[in-house]
Every structure is written in structure tokens, then in C-alpha cells.
Design a protein around this ligand. Sequence first.
Ligand code: GDP
Ligand code: MG
Length: 374
Amino acid sequence: TAPTEASEPEEPLNDSLIEPNDIPSARQIVSIGTASDAYAFTFHQEELNDILSKIPAGWKVSVVSVVGAFRTGKSFLLSWFLRYLETRCVNRRDKITNSSDEDRKWYERVQTLNQHEGSFDWRGGKERNTTGMWMWSDPYFLPRGNNETIAVLLVDTQGMFDHETTVGLTAAIFGLSTLLSSYQIYNVDKRIQEDNLQQLALFSEYGRMALEAEAKTHEKEEDGGESKEKKGKEPFQKIEFLVRDWQNFDTEDESDVASMEAEMASYLDHVLAERAASDLKETREQIHSCFEEVSCFMMTHPGFAVIKNKYEGDVNKIERLFLTLLDRYCQRVFDTTGQDGSSPRLQPKTVHGRELSAVELGTYIKSYAQMFEQ
Ligand code: GDP
Ligand code: MG
């Protein structure tokens, strides 16, 4: 049922048609389900091209993506990322420059985190959002040092591990988002469980296989390619576990986030430490062989007001420690210049070690999305 390039794809269940194209919003780049096939995977190339066309020729592109179980606050977090980027990026037209605002933190200037408008749709209530992948309509441009500017794209995923999406589709969404991102955030609830590690190992292997299958076709086409020399290098860049509702910090002193970050690092070491049992060992080896870097960050509970059905984004009701950690997290994720002499955490998307421009990224995403469509 995969649509060919020539035929119009069946219109999936989304509301992109009624949305005027120039209002910033999340655009659906992958949808699941058509009128005739509830499990069809459809890639919306026009939506992607539309976004990529806003990036000047030759500029490098970073892609930050969030995956994980449904209703774990992924879209809520991404909406906060937008608010942060709006205050930092160089291309914002209506940048807030009210001088009385200057001594307030960026998140203190946000009074309400909108649920729909200007946000990745996040919601209270129990019903699940439409399954698929979403990319923010506008790239954010951040300084990279050396007078270079980097374009940052945000990707949301929806509907994984929710009892209605098949394992195959979850693997496809997880795999594609891993393939297209330079910074993959794996959002997990309360702790990193063995399950989470196994799923990550399985789905990233799925992504790696797609990458290798594609490389093989090219080798054949070019009759003996260079890609062989890159064998043995991890195919993906960065995976970061983001633990939500963490309850076990030794210190919860807001002014000492550094100690909390030390606890995060030692927690990850403990989780990934070598195991004697062969299955546990293989899972860990698999993850290390797929990603150049594995890291961990933790957020505390945002407060009980936030999880109520009728919560509409009042920032005053969010716990202070959550906001403090959120601030620190945004600085970490969108570190494009390097902190304390270390290399920047947010890197352009690379494939086989080469940084991609927007046009190259578009070609690359298209070829993988089409593999998953079959
Ligand atoms: P998604 O399905 O993962 O995208 O989840 P949403 O971002 O739509 O959020 C689902 C619900 O979780 C909303 O009611 C949010 O207010 C709430 N929420 C957001 N962040 C957190 C968090 O860190 N912890 C908890 N417990 N709930 C959160
Ligand atoms: Mg969501």
C-alpha cells in the first residue's frame, strides 16, 4: 500500500490541510494509517522539503529528536525547547527584548506553556495523539563559533509502546528518528529499565541494518565503494536517556545542579556497567556499538498540578526544581559552542563521519523513509 511518487498519497488522519502554512507549527513528516490500511507508514516529503528549504544553502543541520513511551511528557519538553530556542536563536523576528525582562530567566518570562498554538501538541487527559513523526516548521539558527551558524531542527514522535502501535511500526519510528537525528533523546519514566535498554538495542540495530542495506546498494552502483573503510565505527551519534520524575537525588538543592549532574553520570555508569550474564552483556555491547556517545540526564517531577487533566500550562504551578533542571537541560542540549573548553554537545548530523547540509539531509531522510514504507 506504499504510495509511489507519482500517485497522491491517501490523506492520512491529520489536520495539516486546514492549517495555513505560514504559522509556525509541528508538521507531520510521517503518519501512520490510511483509510484502507490502519498500519500504513506514510512519509510526507513535501512537508520535509518545505522545512528544509528554509535553511540557507551549505549550512549544516543538527536534528534533536525525542522518542519514548506515550504520555511521558515528550511534547511538553519539546515545547519548552521551542521557548528556549526563541530566546537564543539569531533568526527570531519578534525576539523579546523588553528591558524589564532582562534579569528574569527565560523560563520565568513564559507565563503559560501553550498546549497547541506555537507548541508541539502536548496534552492533559488520557486520549492518545495521532501516531507518527513531527518536525517543527521552522529551523532555529544558533551560532557555532568560527562565524558559522548551525540550523537546528526538532522532531517529535508519537504513539510508541502504546498497545495500539505494532512493534514493527514502533521499530520503524524509532529507527527512522535515530537515523535522522544527531541528538536522540530517549525519554523514560522514573528509571532506566532493562526493557528500555533492550528496546534501544533492538531498534537501533534495525536502524543500523537500514543504513548498511542502503550503503550496499550504493557500493553496487559505484562498483566497490569507500564506505567499507568506515566499518567498525558507530553509525549513530548521540543517545541520551532522559529520566522523568526521578525521585532519588541525594541533594535536591537548586543551587547545586552540578552535584545532581554527577549523580546522573554515576547512575548511568551503574546501569551500563558490565554484566556477567550474556544477554545483559550483549544488550550493552549493542548499544555501545551503535552510538558514539551514551549519556543521561534526569528531571524531577514537575508537580501535581501539571499532571491534572485540566492543566493548561500555567508555569507558576510548575515545581521550581523542575524548571531549574529544565534550564540546565536546554543549555546542555543546545550547546553548540562547547562549554569549559569541551567540544559542543550538539553536533551537525553526520553520516559516515561527514556533516550534512540541508539538501543532503533531505535526500538521506527520503531514502530511509522509503525503506520503511515498503
Ligand atoms: P507525550 O505523549 O510523551 O508527548 O506526553 P505529553 O507531552 O503530551 O504530556 C502528557 C502529560 O504529561 C501532560 O498532562 C503533561 O502535563 C504531563 N507531563 C509533562 N511533563 C511531565 C513530567 O516530567 N512528569 C510527569 N509525571 N508528567 C509530565
Ligand atoms: Mg506527544
